[in-house]
Design a protein around this ligand. Sequence first.
Ligand code: SRM
Ligand code: SF4
Length: 575
Amino acid sequence: MSDVPSQTGRADAAAEAAIGAAAPAPLSRNEEIKARSRFLRGTLSEELDREAFGGLSEDASQLVKFHGMYVQDDRDLRGERAKRKLDRALSFMARLRIPAGVLTPRQYLALDRLATERANGTLRLTTRQTIQFHGIIKHNVRAALQSIDAALLDTIAACGDVNRNVMAASHPFRSRAHADAAEAAARLSAHFLPRTGAWREIFIGDQRVRGGEPEAEPIYGATYLPRKFKIAIAVPPANDVDVFAQDLGFVAIVQDGAITGYDVLAGGGMGMTHGEPDTYPRVGDVLGYCAAERLLEVAEAVLTTQRDFGDRANRKRARLKYTIDSRGLEWFKAEIERRMHSPLEPPRPFAFATHNDALGWVSGADGLHHLTLSIESGRIADRDGRHLKSALAAIAGLEGFTESGRFVITANQNLVIARATDAERERIDALLAEHRADLKVSPLRQGAMACVGLPTCGLALAESERHLPGLVTRIDEILARHGLAAQPITIRMTGCPNGCARPYLAEIGLVGRGPGRYDLWLGGAPDGSRLNRRYRENLADAEILAALETVIAAYATGRRDGEPFGDFARRVSPP
Ligand code: SRM
Ligand code: SF4
């Protein structure tokens, strides 16, 4: 492991010493909150007991994120409640930590029940291979987390200034290399899990052992990281985890079917703020290659470099991508290698073909079958005559499959129902059909992703999850008019520029500006390796459709042989 100081809070001092610059800017308020929190406890426990108020104080609202939760309000109800002089309708969103997105069907059943009994009746698969619950009222928070704990799961570090859910190629049963990647994700997740006992004490009811070891965070230190930190492992030729969008990405190098090492990427990130050019999306840079057994060592060197040099004054510039851009890639690589006591090897060649999921059944050499099921915007619900939630619960409860099957969440918000026998495969198909949950979707819809957006996201400027499906229908009509109905194209929408559905890597990106208005970004690569560019700003739906019709018509007649839509859009609309 790297021999770096283990306690932070001195990060700014270290950074200033290193560059010999002017007096440091004052730390952000979140740094004070973390420092005072006694390893993420703060006043959370007492505040949870006060049920007369449905939310938390500002400081506790920041701390609860480290435990995987957000205080939100239903924005559909805001205006009406304000008119009636009522407080906001507050509730909690809880996000699980599920490394590589792998669940047993039994765990899934527990989560399905939780959604019905303690949340808003739906489960939301996220773009980082995990599940969110919305609408948990304060009174239910502890009970919800206790049922998560009983299912041998947790929400620790699912949000907050820590390493987030670690992603891996979404089909761990496809090959030995895929299984290796999922196992490596679990190891990374465990290695960077905060050591504080706060989650168990506050939500589960565990008592601290009197006179026990003093608590410490050997990797993070008392003030954790300057900002969130994200890791993913891709197994070529699928870039289904969007490895270029991660703070730290590993691309598996496979020999004789097993992962022997990784190309290491650093500095990816999506978020930006409208009108603030010093914030921007960025794809990760390839730093070099490491042998598989050095995975944790490399990851710790990168994470602790960001811990010590990331910006703790300005949270808008606190991600690793800005640390790298401020100090330079050469400096960054040298610092990683200094911490590892040896250089990375030159990168090995790799090639990706796609960043989407391949839908449908595939069968393994072991005779087991795996179904990748399209879940629109990751929302599992019984609605509009389609009983997806009931269907998945029935599948998870199939005798035998409950124990031997697996549910795997993909980074494209889809679900792999894995490890089914011949007979189980037949039952699964029948259950999906009975519940009208086996809809055939167009290639465009297969490559569509939307962030949550309204009504729960406090940062949304425009609709997203509720809006994209209808817009896709209309874009499909345009594609059909131009003979392109079968053309796979990635389209991603977010309700604001934070980029939660990674829209800047899509062939068509739509980024919320204000109610009903979006910026249109075009030209991402079909394998997710290139940023798209802003093509038009502040468009209403009719303007988006008109702009797309023009480009799609030109693509229909002017594309080169086999040229993907994103490549064409980039070629014909240079910067
Ligand atoms: Fe995100 C904040 C939802 C993946 C970049 N994201 C939020 C919050 C928590 C809003 C808030 O801070 O108040 C959203 C909660 C909405 C809700 O009601 O549920 C939210 N982000 C999501 C999810 C659920 C979107 C989805 O539809 O699946 C994803 C949950 C991931 C998970 O399971 O951990 C989600 N967010 C992402 C990604 C994609 C990724 O990680 O690969 C990104 C872009 C990559 C990146 O981090 O650069 C992303 N979310 C952000 C940002 C911008 C961060 C930045 O430094 O630029 C914010 C705002 C912030 O942190 O201040 C944000
Ligand atoms: Fe909310 Fe913006 Fe993320 Fe969408 S992209 S979930 S609107 S923060």
